[in-house]
Design a protein around this ligand. Structure first.
Ligand code: PLP
Length: 418
């Protein structure tokens, strides 16, 4: 699903949304306690609203036990909490079978039209798909198509799967998911030309973690046809913009709970279970992160009550203010999707991430300087596949707690550094 269309005047949009945003910002204790600091690193991990912290406290002080074992009330409550959280994830991701199937498919690898498997984050989720599901799908001579310039978490596991299969005498080819020069957007036409009868699987990213672009993944299904399973890294979209697994027509949707305002060490794999072998994460899973899972359900409740569509509008408007300001300062280069921004199209737009470089100041230094002004940004290679770690940039990534005032102060600080 593409995010909302960019508005003509982001400041007007922010003024309109301000009465909605203000009380939401007040929900974040760490933000309220540090008014002199601006947290601009939400693509790495999000801050946590009080309601999420309360849910964890309530769980741990009323019914903490292990899940799926034991039959006393606290154990039963914890088992129900995990199943309920899986159901919550399915609903939140627009899984249309969720309501009809309430109760079924919840938990680890249960049978059903879709299932939810809790993980520690997107990296673990993608690796689980690559290790426990992909090898069953592939035969000697098959091909998979994966992104070479997105997050390493969405490349390394597929290469590891190839090597694992090679060790068993099954040779598969890993092809690069083609991108358009200039925008960084996936090139659906080139993908259609590349995909052949041996193409068995495609991995893609929903929103790019460096360029902030919606990668137009809805075009991938068209390009590869109805039978090829698609695995989507949705680390930068879930919790930031409306996401519908049904509309995107993907088979796996993998995300980090901690980037969607839940506790660190949380995430999930949603698996459709219709194309390819059943997804059964392997081996004995041990004790799940029950407090983290409680936090994830609470975070999704909080996001839904706040309104994910409005969160997307808010952060896109803040990002527009920042990119507009930066585009007037010749010392800075904004990375990614510039031509599409100018075109003002509804797709291939910047969501909540703006990444840039200064012509004369190294990105690490710029990060330190910005922190001395109270701005917490990320300044490195952002774990982007194929990048030299020295090839850094400064990334500003936003969430609902960020404000226009923060963007204006940041632009003032950046202007002084010209
Ligand atoms: N994929 C993308 C697009 C990301 O931005 C990130 C995190 O930065 C990851 C994967 C890895 O997520 P996690 O650290 O939760 O494993």
């Amino acid at each position: 699903m593409a995010g909302p269309s960019p508005q003509a005047d982001p400041r007007a949009e922010l003024r309109e949304l301000a009465p909605w945003q203000r009380p939401l910002r007040a929900d974040f204790p760490i933000v309220a306690a540090n008014p002199e600091l601006a947290y601009l690193d939400s693509a790495a991990t999000g801050q946590k609203p009080r309601q999420v912290l309360d849910a964890v406290y309530t769980y741990l002080t009323t019914s903490n036990a292990n899940a799926g074992r034991g039959s006393y009330p606290w154990a039963n409550a914890t088992t129900a909490l995990v199943a309920g959280a899986a159901e919550r994830v399915r609903e939140f991701l627009g899984d249309r079978s969720a309501k009809a199937e309430a109760g079924a498919g919840a938990g680890r690898g249960a049978a059903g039209p879709s299932s939810v498997h809790f993980t520690g984050g997107t990296t673990e989720g993608l690796r689980t798909v690559a290790r426990d599901w992909l090898p069953q799908l592939l035969r000697d001579g098959d091909e998979i198509v994966v992104p070479f310039g997105d997050h390493r978490a969405n490349l390394d596991p597929w290469l590891e799967a190839r090597d694992l299969l090679a060790a068993r005498g099954v040779r598969i080819a890993v092809r690069e998911l083609p991108c358009q020069a200039g925008t960084g957007d996936y090139d659906a036409r080139a993908l259609a030309a590349l995909a052949g009868p041996r193409t068995r699987f495609v991995a893609a990213t929903h929103v790019h973690h460096v360029y902030g672009a919606d990668m137009n993944v809805h075009r991938i299904r068209e390009a590869v046809g109805p039978d090829v399973p698609i695995c989507l890294d949705a680390a930068q979209s879930v919790g930031h913009q409306p996401v519908s697994a049904a509309d995107l027509d993907v088979d796996f949707l993998v995300f980090s709970g901690h980037k969607a305002l839940a506790l660190p060490g949380t995430g999930a794999v949603w698996a459709r279970g219709e194309r390819g072998p059943a997804f059964r994460p392997g081996g004995w899973a041990g004790t799940p992160n029950t407090a983290g899972i409680a936090s994830l359900a609470a975070a999704l409740d909080w996001l839904e009550a706040a309104g994910v569509e409005r969160i997307a509008r808010w952060t896109a408007a803040l990002a527009s203010v920042l990119t507009d300001g930066l585009s007037r300062m010749p010392a800075y280069e904004v990375l990614g999707c510039r031509s599409s921004l100018a075109a003002g199209t509804a797709v291939q737009r910047r969501g909540s991430i703006v990444t840039f470089r200064h012509q004369g100041i190294g990105s690490q230094d710029l990060g330190f300087i910005l922190f001395s002004h109270g701005f917490m940004v990320r300044s490195d290679d952002h774990c982007q596949a194929g990048r030299d770690p020295r090839d850094g940039s400064v990334r500003v990534s936003l969430h609902v707690y960020n404000t226009l005032e923060e963007m204006e102060k940041l632009l003032t600080a950046l202007a002084k550094l010209q």
